[in-house]
Design a binder for this molecule. Structure first.
Ligand SMILES: Cc1cc2nc3c(=O)[nH]c(=O)nc-3n(C[C@H](O)[C@H](O)[C@H](O)COP(=O)(O)O)c2cc1C
Length: 267
């Protein structure tokens, strides 16, 4: 996994890589640009690859670059109004059709998540999908058992889970056909941010595919207080994010209101 260097047959000496990343510099003696990373600083962000008009950066083991119309002008791909309406249409879905999502569609959701940014491009996260009803039920029972051990959570959610239990086999997951885990061996607040961003990418990609999703903080809370629960889903990481996914069985006729907030510093 690395940036190997420059294909000099393609390089036109435009210097854009030099102005993009300090690991590229012009070697006066050789009169050419060189890639030099003596302290292994490169985090494989790929900006050199993305910026080179000649596609002259040589790399290996980091997937493939991808070029498409308006990659250089993303505002032409989707207008602010389109994005705004798309974001405002995003709802937490808690009613699903029982139909499973085909693998090729699921792969698109995971592909979008793979392109979410992570701090230092560290990309330590692992991905798991649970689609087996019995396994989901087992996880559901373990999560409820754990949450009900916590007095404050019990007061808040005890009645809710009883009521949801009448409508769903696995109320924690609203009988969604798929439960998705994003986990990392790292244990830090920063890792929660990475996972939050990755899941947001996945949820928005899912929405664009006609799918519905909902964050599952309940499972995250249960796993934090009882890491043994992870074994049910064969998850090994120390920071875990969870969301459910399937075809929505609900329709929304408007985007709900959100009270405005003052932005300090903005008139
Ligand atoms: C980090 C996070 C954790 C959440 N955990 C749960 C959860 O465990 N169960 C649930 O039903 N909804 C969960 N939600 C959904 C929120 O309740 C929901 O986003 C909020 O009520 C706003 O509704 P909307 O998503 O439809 O706009 C979670 C949302 C976030 C962002």
């Amino acid at each position: 996994m690395s940036i190997i260097g420059i294909n000099y047959e393609e390089c036109n000496n435009c210097n854009l890589c030099v102005t993009t990343c300090m690991l590229f510099r012009r070697d006066q003696e050789q009169d050419k640009i060189v890639f030099n990373d003596p302290t292994d600083f490169c985090n494989l962000c790929g900006q050199c690859i993305a910026r080179c008009p000649q596609d002259a950066i040589i790399y290996e083991g980091i997937g493939e670059a991808y070029s498409y119309e308006d990659v250089d002008k993303p505002e032409n791909i989707a207008s602010y109004d389109t994005i705004y309406n798309f974001l405002r249409a995003n709802r937490s879905i808690r009613r699903f059709k029982s139909k499973e999502v085909p693998n090729d569609v699921l792969r698109k959701v995971f592909d979008a998540m793979l392109h979410a940014p992570t701090a230092e491009n560290a990309r330590t996260e692992n991905f798991t999908i649970l689609s087996d009803k019995e396994q989901i039920k087992k996880l559901n029972d373990a999560v409820i058992e754990e949450l009900m051990k916590q007095p404050e959570v019990k007061v808040k959610y005890g009645m809710l889970f009883k009521l949801l239990g009448k409508a769903f086999n696995s109320p924690v997951f609203f009988d969604a056909p798929h439960v998705i885990f994003v986990d990392s061996p790292l244990k830090s607040e920063g890792e929660f941010l990475n996972i939050g961003i990755i899941i947001t990418y996945g949820r928005l990609a899912a929405q664009a595919l006609g799918l519905g999703t909902c964050w599952n903080g309940w499972t995250q809370i249960a796993i934090m207080s009882n890491p043994e629960i992870k074994k049910i889903a064969n998850i090994k990481g120390n920071t875990v994010g969870v969301f459910i996914l399937g075809y929505p069985a609900v329709k929304f006729y408007r985007s709900p209101p959100r009270a405005p907030k003052k932005v300090e510093g903005l008139d």
